[in-house]
Design a protein around this ligand. Structure first.
Ligand SMILES: Nc1nc2c(ncn2[C@@H]2O[C@H](COP(=O)(O)OP(=O)(O)OP(=O)(O)O)[C@@H](O)[C@H]2O)c(=O)[nH]1
Length: 447
């Protein structure tokens, strides 16, 4: 009997403690707390409940909690109650509630069934936390983000964020939608695997890309590069610009933009071709010769090599003009230029300096091998036959050969070639003469 009395007292103590805990929770909870029975009839509320719902305590106590719902009969509160009662498990979700003044609010709600003692009915502890403002802010942020994404996808380029880790590994954290149009790649494939895009960079531009990124990562100067990518639709030119920032963990982040500049590049190349081409013959003009020639000279000088070159002048060209007219002279010039171009390698420089005077620079050719190349060219010109006014017109060319040494100047070498050309003319034309001091390998065999 005493044992039963002890158990009874222990149970009452537990219950008192539980109730005082619930009491404390009710008083101090910053949101709304309600205690209901299994039917949802409100038994107790905390002070916050009056404040948040706008209903005085006497208007709530004894009523069903569903009165707070926008749809009291079939709304979410009915479902929450049914769930807790049937399963004896908590329900959590966001409810749309109506305040006493008619305003709607979003409440983050938990319906917690309380363990019932023997003979006690099920009770539910309901806590509501007003998240209306939070949801509005999230909605606002979401709308803003959608608008921003719309703007990004309509930009005439692709926005990206690139990360380089402390060991130099690259990965893309973001790519806007236009990547499909720009590079025939989906943003996701590139974000999963940066190489999907990096491998498309044209082989001749990869080194420049790596070097420019490395330099920007070290100096934290903006990255700017024009480079080509190979796509299934063909070669495309891109312009990349990005601003780097270094983060505390040693990684570098670039926020940047990729623009397609293929048509601009094509126009530039077209203009470049126009300004560097001789209109009559289609070969390089004087200006382009000095640009390219200077680049060849600088490259050979760095490697300590000499470059053979020659001046060429058609023989008695004035007679052709005088006998057949200027247009036939033009035809002869075109045939001559085409023949010379065909005799040379694509990277040799052949240009028209003016009138019937041309120049050739033999790139990557040893001076002692130049004689044979130039004499083959002379012979090819001699073999040209032009059918003009019932006659077969033939032309010949004289050549003056010189060498541009690693430390020499292009102008000086040209003037030496010009002197040699004068000698070739003087010695009878249709021949090749060399400037003094030039290696004479093969000269005797050909003359
Ligand atoms: N048809 C044509 N003739 C040109 C052009 N440019 C220069 N000429 C002519 O080329 C001729 C060059 O004559 P010259 O400098 O006396 O030389 P040449 O008659 O070839 O005599 P040599 O060089 O001594 O063998 C001139 O009659 C120029 O008018 C051109 O674009 N078209």
């Amino acid at each position: 009997m005493a044992r039963i009395r002890d158990m009874w007292q222990t149970w009452r103590k537990h219950r008192a403690r539980r109730e005082s805990l619930a009491e404390g929770l009710l008083e101090n909870f910053p949101g709304v707390v309600m205690l209901t029975d299994a039917y949802g009839v409100i038994l107790r509320i905390n002070p916050g409940c009056e404040q948040h719902s706008g209903h005085p305590a006497e208007a709530l106590l004894g009523r069903r909690i569903t009165c707070l719902d926008v749809d009291p009969l079939h709304g979410d509160i009915s479902h929450a109650l049914a769930h807790c009662v049937a399963r004896r498990q908590p329900w959590q979700g966001v409810l749309l509630c109506r305040r006493a003044d008619g305003r709607l609010s979003h409440q983050d709600a938990v319906f917690q069934p309380l363990a019932a003692g023997t003979g006690e009915g099920l009770r539910l502890l309901v806590t509501l936390h007003d998240v209306t403002e939070l949801r509005q802010r999230a909605l606002h942020d979401h709308t803003l983000l959608e608008r921003l994404q719309g703007t990004l996808s309509r930009l005439p380029g692709v926005v990206f964020q690139l990360r380089q880790d402390a060991r130099g590994g690259l990965d893309f954290l973001y790519f806007s939608d236009g990547l499909r149009t720009l590079a025939d790649l989906s943003s996701h494939s590139v974000m999963d695997h940066a190489d999907a895009l990096l491998e498309r960079v044209h082989s001749e531009d990869r080194e420049a890309l790596e070097a420019s990124l490395a330099q920007s990562a070290v100096s934290l100067e903006p990255w700017v590069l024009e480079f080509r990518i190979d796509t299934p639709g063909g070669l495309r030119w891109l312009e990349g610009r990005a601003s780097p920032t270094r983060r505390g963990d040693g990684t570098t982040l670039w926020d940047g933009l990729l623009l397609c500049i293929t048509s601009r590049k094509q126009e530039e190349q077209h203009t470049q071709r126009l300004v560097s081409t001789d209109m009559l013959t289609g070969v390089l003009n004087r200006r382009a010769f000095f640009d390219f020639g200077e680049a060849v000279r600088a490259h050979a000088a760095r490697q300590g090599r000499s470059v053979p070159l020659a001046m060429l002048d058609l023989d008695h060209f004035k007679r052709i003009n005088d006998a057949y007219g200027h247009s036939v002279g033009d035809l002869a010039l075109q045939a001559f230029a085409m023949t010379c171009r065909d005799c040379l390698r694509p990277y040799d420089i052949f240009a028209r300096l003016g009138g019937e005077e041309f120049v050739v620079m033999l790139v990557d050719t040893a001076p002692e091998d130049a004689w044979n190349v130039l004499d083959r060219l002379r012979a090819a010109v001699e073999a040209i036959e032009l059918d003009v006014a019932d006659t077969r017109l033939r032309i010949t060319v004289s050549l003056g050969q010189a060498v541009l040494p690693p430390e020499g100047s292009l102008d000086l070498a040209l003037s030496q070639a010009d002197q040699a050309l004068y000698r070739a003319k003087h010695e009878g034309r249709n021949r090749l003469a060399v400037s003094p001091g030039y290696p004479r390998v093969g000269e005797n065999e050909c003359q």
